[in-house]
Design a protein around this ligand. Structure first.
Ligand code: PLP
Length: 380
């Protein structure tokens, strides 16, 4: 197959212009462009239904949504939050920038989420919360995490940036824990260009989150806390409302692509499961996936290292595969200097072998074949 343009690892979905305009039209009349306008309110209502959560507040981006979730609890400076180093730096920055100390727990090789059996050993009298990440949209073991948190009186704030629309045991993924943050960044399965949200059940959290994203102003005149501006605009909400209309269509297409990848990679492995390339499980019966990413692990058996494969896929085949997540957060300059290397051998090993292959709505089955054929060719 000949390709006429590079295949990027992701490609933002664009809703039909007419659908966006259907929502935007009224703005030329009302001039209500931001400050909790009608489109933001409509988006929150629709997200609540779509995600099956009790309540949700939208933000300008996922990072400030997560920062706000920590901030409204007002944890004492120096308190500890257990998370993993196998995530995007935003997770750990939100903890650190709240004056809290990230404590790194290892992950499971099966799905890259926090190893729930290692959490308790990390709890000290300074621990106030756990921040597990539903990496690639793979659900954490919410049941065990909840049980540990309850026993030790800890808050659970999920980083669900990747998990929009995921369901576990029939329940929306954000119905677990105290709060869950979604990223609605342009590269996500569902996006508002830039955007984020916090879902929660406890009633008093709505007011606190809304105050937090609006300079700390509860009513128009009085600041209750010193806070930033993290409001979502009406333009962004309009894109979200339009994208929501095609979310299911998107997920179905992604599922087709994932199945094709799996079929082709199983052939590369030649009937010897995970011998050359380790596939993750997209077939757990109690999970509804969103197929946000397609990560694989490159094993010695493939005969070419992860780094060489990624480099040659790009230089020879114009395929952009990403080492996501590598390096670990605990190996990034700031965190390594401040806290030293983390004792998380599984996370380290995975970060050295992982490659996320292109995954987006417009990718074709033929392009998936081209990608897996290219991997086969390079590894020969
Ligand atoms: C795991 C994780 N957490 C947090 C974020 C931050 O979200 P945003 O880019 O919407 O600020 C991202 C964004 O990619 C992410 O992947």
């Amino acid at each position: 197959m000949k390709i006429n343009k590079p295949i990027l690892v992701t490609h933002p979905y664009m809703p039909p212009k007419e659908t966006v305009m259907k929502y935007l039209d009224s703005l030329w009349e009302t001039r209500w462009l931001t400050n909790n306008g009608p489109l933001v309110q409509e988006l929150e209502k629709k997200l609540k239904d779509k995600l099956s959560v009790d309540d949700i507040v939208v933000f300008a981006n996922g990072h400030l949504a997560l920062d706000s979730a920590f901030r409204i609890y007002g944890f004492k400076e120096g308190s500890e939050v257990i998370t993993t180093p196998y995530t995007f730096v935003s997770t750990v920055n939100a903890i650190e920038m709240n004056g809290l100390k990230p404590v790194f727990c290892d992950i499971k090789e099966s799905d890259c989420t926090i190893d729930e059996n290692m959490i308790e050993a990390l709890i000290t009298d300074k621990t106030v919360a756990i921040c597990p990440v539903h990496v690639y949209g793979f659900p954490c073991n919410t049941e065990k995490i909840e049980e540990i948190a309850k026993r030790h009186n800890l808050k659970v704030i999920y980083d669900s940036a990747h998990a929009f629309g995921v369901r576990l045991n029939g329940q929306g993924i954000a119905s677990f824990g105290d709060m869950s943050m979604f990223s609605m960044h342009a590269t996500k399965v569902f996006h508002t260009v830039e955007g984020g949200a916090v879902a929660f059940s406890q009633k008093d959290l709505r007011d606190k989150l809304k105050t937090q994203k609006n300079f700390g102003l509860k009513d128009k005149e009085d600041a209750q806390v010193a806070a930033f501006n993290a409001k979502m605009s009406e333009m962004h909400a309009a894109v979200g409302l339009a994208n929501l209309e095609s979310f299911d269509k998107q997920v179905n297409k992604r599922k087709e692509l994932v199945n094709r990848y799996i079929e082709n990679i199983e052939k590369i492995n030649g009937g010897c499961k995970n011998s050359k390339i380790t596939l993750f499980d997209f077939n757990r019966e109690n999970v509804e996936y969103n197929y946000a990413y397609f990560p694989v692990l490159i094993n010695d058996g493939l005969g070419v290292s992860r780094d060489v494969l990624a480099e040659r896929l790009w230089s020879e085949k114009k395929i952009n595969a990403r080492k996501y997540f590598s390096p670990l957060i605990s190996d990034m300059t700031f965190y390594k200097k401040k806290y030293g290397e983390s004792n998380t051998p599984i996370a380290k090993d995975i970060s050295e072998r992982v490659l996320t292959l292109p995954m987006f709505y417009e990718l074709t089955l033929e392009e998936v074949d081209y990608i897996t054929e290219s991997i086969k060719e390079i590894s020969r």
